[in-house]
Write a protein that binds this ligand. Structure first.
Ligand SMILES: [Zn+2]
Length: 409
């Protein structure tokens, strides 16, 4: 009998392979290769597929390869969760499937690829992974990638969808759990080289094609979640990666929160909505392209005043083809960019941003002027409530201006 003992104390009840103490799934790579050579891959594949056929989806302490179909879960539809615990896998591929969830806990995996799959929850925790690729995944609840070492994270075209029966469930219960719905979280990760949301994937495509898997690269990429949190991620400090794009976020709709990050490289954001920064240091450049900075009044009062203190960029800041619904944000971002260019000595670029900054200031003046108009001339969208909020904001701004004067004089 196999000598593997599960965490719950139960012994594996499979027959051990000849000359080994372990069954085909629990036998480590080296021992298996020593005894069976290349054939071990086939043995493991058969055993793995047999388990899947019997609808067994819990795997603990297994060793799996990346041979043709080995460690591939394809076209599987059931209401169970796929769980890998304390396992070693060369490449794990999950595709065209629909089930409750995928959990990778305390695993060592070279490549994890999941695509064209619908699930409730995807959880990766306490694992060591070289590349995690999440493509075209629809999820009902959340995607958590945390407390792990992952070199490359690529997430393309993921989408949070609402479960039909959830709409009928009691409102209170939904609200209680609301914060987990639609949440994508990258938290407490180590040794990260790159996080790409909707980046290109020619290498992965080639890799999959070599395995006989065709995946069409979506031309129109789009990712949707209620909130995407990138928090306490530690990047690979190797100088080799210092000049590379470390975080690339494209075509994401939802709230984006970045916190506690010290990024040795570039950050690029293309076509996203308003990003929020808490304790962010970027040692290289920050590029915003076609970003819609769209904020509401609470954001203006809470995040905006702290923005300059929360975001430090040592390289330059580029703001290209961006729009703002609020001249205060406009001013702050252009000012950040202007100061950065001034520091680097490029006065021409600094001038351009200074111009934008002044335009934003003028817009604020016009807005304030409009507020002072008599009621009958007031634009219809400014209701009393907004007016009160704006009064509050105006006081805040006056206060800030006073502070500014104090500091500059
Ligand atoms: Zn076993």
């Amino acid at each position: 009998m196999c000598e593997y003992i599960y965490e719950n104390g139960h012994k594996c009840d499979k027959k051990a392979l000849k000359d080994s103490n372990y069954c085909s799934l629990h036998i480590p790579f080296e021992e298996g290769e020593l005894l069976y050579g290349e054939k071990i891959k086939e043995i493991k594949e058969k055993a793995f597929q047999k388990k899947l056929e019997r609808e067994i989806t819990y795997f603990e302490g297994v060793y799996l390869y990346n041979a043709l179909y080995n460690a591939r879960i394809s076209n599987l539809k059931n209401n169970k969760s796929i769980i890998f615990k304390d396992s070693h896998i060369k490449t794990l591929i999950i595709d065209n499937s629909e089930f409750a969830g995928v959990t990778l806990y305390n695993c060592t995996i070279e490549n994890f690829i999941i695509f064209e799959t619908t699930l409730k929850t995807l959880l990766i925790q306490h694992s060591i992974i070289f590349g995690a690729n999440i493509l075209k995944v629809r999820f009902y609840t959340s995607i958590y990638i945390r407390d792990s070492q992952i070199k490359y994270i690529m997430m393309n075209s993921f989408e949070h969808v609402k479960e039909k029966d959830k709409e009928n469930s009691s409102e209170g219960e939904y609200e209680e759990r609301y914060h987990i719905y639609g949440r994508v979280e990258l938290f407490n990760l180590q040794g990260v080289r790159k996080i790409g949301i909707n980046s290109r994937y020619p290498l992965l495509k080639k890799f999959l094609e070599e395995k006989g898997i065709k995946i069409s690269e979506v031309t129109k990429k789009h990712a949707k979640a209620r909130i995407l949190v990138i928090s306490s991620v530690k990047f690979d400090e190797n100088p080799r990666f210092k000049r590379q794009v470390r975080i690339l976020i494209k075509y994401f709709s939802g709230q984006l929160l970045m916190e506690n990050l010290s990024i040795p490289g570039h950050v690029q954001m293309i076509r996203i909505k308003l990003p929020e920064f808490v304790h962010i240091v970027i040692y290289n450049n920050l590029v915003f392209k076609r970003v819609h900075f769209y904020s509401d009044i609470t954001w203006n009062l809470t995040v905006l005043p702290n923005l300059t203190a929360e975001l430090t960029v040592y390289g330059y800041i580029l703001i290209e083809d961006c729009c703002f619904n609020n001249p205060y944000i406009e001013e702050i971002f252009y000012r950040l960019a202007r100061i950065n260019w001034e520091k680097s000595g490029d006065n021409e670029k600094a001038d351009i941003y200074y111009y934008h900054e002044m335009v934003a200031r003028r817009k604020q003046k016009i807005e304030r002027y409009l507020m002072h108009l008599p009621v009958k001339f007031r634009l219809p969208q400014f209701r009393i409530k907004n007016h009160l909020k704006l009064n509050k904001m105006r006081r805040k701004i006056k206060c800030e201006e006073k502070h500014e004067k104090l500091f500059t004089s």
